[in-house]
Design a protein around this ligand. Sequence first.
Ligand SMILES: C[S@@+](CC[C@H](N)C(=O)[O-])C[C@H]1O[C@@H](n2cnc3c(N)ncnc32)[C@H](O)[C@@H]1O
Length: 245
Amino acid sequence: MKKVYLVGGGPGDPELITIRGMKLLNQADVVIYDRLISRKLLKYTEPETELIYVGKSSGKHAMKQEEINQLLVEKAGENRVVVRLKGGDPFIFGRGAEEISALVKAEIEFEVVPGVTSAISVPELSCIPLTHRELSSSITLVTGHFAPGNENRVDFSALMADTLVILMGVNNLPEIVPQLLKRRNENTPVAIIEKGTTEEQRIILGNLGNIVEKAKNSEVKPPAVTVVGEVVNLREIFRRGSKKC
Ligand SMILES: C[S@@+](CC[C@H](N)C(=O)[O-])C[C@H]1O[C@@H](n2cnc3c(N)ncnc32)[C@H](O)[C@@H]1O
């Protein structure tokens, strides 16, 4: 049967994959995986499983998106169980929709297995809840990275949610923060969580007035989640109760 499973691999900690995702890795003939996937997840596969790395990082792509789409179609055409293992959740800024479009076009069945997205879990595991009855009734999840020629797609000055979660934003913070300051106070708390849920996790705390400089001095690099809003201050209190934060 021609079928591709798009499996969310979670944010980095290998224990944060779903049971369904883990079972499918065990049944897979082929696993096509991304850069932000914990390599420990590949231990759930059988020794004969074909493992294909197709990771992308800014400017360096092991494989172009069109080639990945084609690979999925090809491997499914060999009648093998294909798992497309993606970071976080497949549909959150993961180009999962493009991969599915290619499969639909080729008349190949697919199934999506949701994953724990970094957008929520990385702040959460840093003791930053994104909602709070008094501090945050709304969240905006936004990308800080834009396709070349599409730099103005998001007007950050117009984002009014209590809490902003920015993925892929650290390289563009010097452009994003001045836009946020048009509507928000410079004392608005900001957290940048780099390599969240992994042993290399770092958290840079600041506010809209100083975060660009702090990020630069700390040499923050992707992958990182940026959280803007009063909920960031809860971390100081909540971390007293959890060694994991
Ligand atoms: C292409 S997007 C994919 C997001 C993924 N689909 C998800 O649901 O988490 C990659 C971005 O997710 C964020 N990200 C993913 N894993 C992360 C981690 N462990 N720590 C911090 N940020 C992470 C970063 O903003 C990174 O640049």
